[in-house]
Design a protein around this ligand. Structure first.
Ligand SMILES: [Zn+2]
Length: 484
């Protein structure tokens, strides 16, 4: 698109994110919530099948996890929050009840905000609300057949739908917001957050308006995006499509669109319904729910470190925010780093570098996560201290950590056993250096005559005499002192 034309317009983005909560059973029945790769219609019962005469029973764990995510979203709870469930009425084959149980005007998360760094700035996106609802089933449309198949394994799995304010103004900002929600869901441990299995799905609302306008344009909603890249690309596409349409004098229709990954295009699915078309009314089969202060505080205590806490620690340790985000995106490693730093703040940078570098390779080659490995934060501290104290070369520090990854041991004892310790004692190394100088008069003469290479040869001889265990900077220093 012509950049001049593009610059006339501003894009306005809001995101609805469905997070599948990591409960054992579904939202209103005892069926297994995890039906990944299961045969169709094997995780169903009369309740999630929507049989007449059945009654839903609210899953307590889903309420707890929703509250915990609410706190991660900076929600503020009053002493007693009145919340209730509502029926959203629509007919679609993936929902045999003819309605969805959701929350309309009294959601379990009454608002909040999400903050994340982008291009050296701290961005804040408002959260309008988040509500609990049961998922629909899944339709498949076999090729060359005149029928569709319904699988209700996913029906009534618990979702928390997080609705943002239309606060985002670029695809990059929308992508960063989605990534931060993904981080938050994993740090708060409310979801498996597996994008491949659709544990988090994003609906993206996009409209454009002329720069400086106060009135938002008509928006389209692109549904069911499950990768950060598709969020970014679909917004770029929608922005261009809407600008071109407006420039051609067309009116933008309020509609629901799908995303064709292969073509990199959105396509029209249906005109978007307004809320009043769903005939919401309070769910008669579920009593209202009062969220007490005590219920909220239990979840606050369960909530561990959050990405913002880690970013603050990483920044305080002098690590650049952009790089720090790499570690923050990896909760297990980030929390490991936090433990290392609470044992010895001096190891912050060494631990950071190792965790985002060699640790990733080790995890790959051994197919073991850091949590499942034998390494503990104290061992990483031990290796870092030996490196800083000159007892280990940096390559031997890596070798030691690779060993401790497989079997836990005291770092010093293990480094000794493996013969990894480096000799830094100036007294002992001094004797060796003296011997090397005495045994190599020609190299000494060459060096004194200005041949820098001869100095390297003397260092090499000294290292050899220590069987490779001498500390090279110390040997360098000792030779320089003696040769003047
Ligand atoms: Zn069921």
């Amino acid at each position: 698109m012509n950049p001049e034309l593009r610059s006339k317009y501003e894009v306005v983005i809001g995101i609805e994110c469905h997070v599948q909560l990591a409960t054992k059973s579904k939202l209103f029945c005892a069926c297994d919530n995890d039906s990944r790769d299961a045969e169709p219609n094997t995780h169903v019962c009369p309740i999630c099948f929507g049989m007449p005469g059945t009654l839903p029973v609210l899953n307590k764990r889903a309420v707890e996890l929703a509250l915990r995510m609410g706190l991660a979203l900076n929600a503020e709870y009053p002493d007693n929050l009145h919340t209730k469930f509502d029926r959203k009425n629509y007919f679609y084959p993936d929902s045999p009840k003819g309605y969805q149980i959701t929350q309309f005007d009294e959601p379990i998360v009454p608002g909040g905000f999400v903050e994340f760094p982008l291009d050296g700035e701290l961005k804040r996106v408002g959260v309008t609300r988040a509500h609990l609802e049961g998922d629909a089933g899944k339709l498949t449309h076999p090729d060359n057949k005149d029928y569709s198949l319904v699988d209700l394994n996913r029906a009534e799995t618990p979702l928390l739908e997080i609705v943002s304010e239309p606060d985002m103004r670029s695809s990059a900002e929308a992508k960063a917001y989605a990534k931060e929600l993904f981080n938050l869901a994993r740090y708060a441990a409310v979801s498996d957050a597996n994008l491949y299995y659709g544990n988090m799905r994003f609906d993206v609302n996009v409209s454009v308006m002329e720069k400086g306008s106060k009135t938002f344009g008509t928006r389209s909603e692109t549904k069911n995006l499950n990768s950060f890249q598709s969020i970014e690309k679909s917004i770029e596409y929608e922005t261009r499509r809407q600008i071109v349409a407006i420039e051609n004098g067309e009116r933008i229709r309020q509609e629901t669109r799908g995303w064709n990954e292969a073509k990199g295009e959105t396509y029209s699915m249906r005109s978007k319904e307004d809320a009043d078309e769903y005939r919401y009314f309070p769910e008669p089969d579920l009593p209202p729910l009062v969220i007490t202060r005590a219920m909220v505080e239990v979840q606050r205590n369960e909530l561990g470190l959050l990405p913002a806490d880690l970013r603050a620690e990483l920044t305080a340790a002098g690590l650049p925010v952009a790089e720090a985000q790499v570690l923050v995106a990896d909760p297990d490693a980030a929390i490991f780093w936090h433990h290392v730093v609470s044992l010895d703040p001096e190891q912050a940078r060494f631990a950071f570098t190792w965790l985002i570098g060699d640790r990733v390779k080790l995890a790959d080659t051994t197919a073991t996560t850091i949590t499942a490995s034998a390494l503990d934060p104290a061992a990483l501290v031990g290796a870092g201290q030996m490196l800083a104290g000159g007892k280990l070369s940096s390559s031997n520090a890596k070798a030691l950590l690779a060993d401790l990854w497989l079997a836990s041991a005291d770092p010093l004892v293990r480094a000794t056993e493996l013969g990894l310790l480096q000799q830094s004692d100036t007294g002992e190394l001094g004797k060796i250096v003296d011997e090397v100088i005495a045994a190599n008069p020609q190299a000494v003469a060459d060096y004194k005559a200005g041949n820098a290479r001869a100095f390297g040869a003397l260092v090499g001889q000294s290292m050899k005499a220590t069987q490779g265990k001498g500390n090279p900077p110390v040997i360098n220093q000792l030779l320089k002192e003696r040769l003047g």
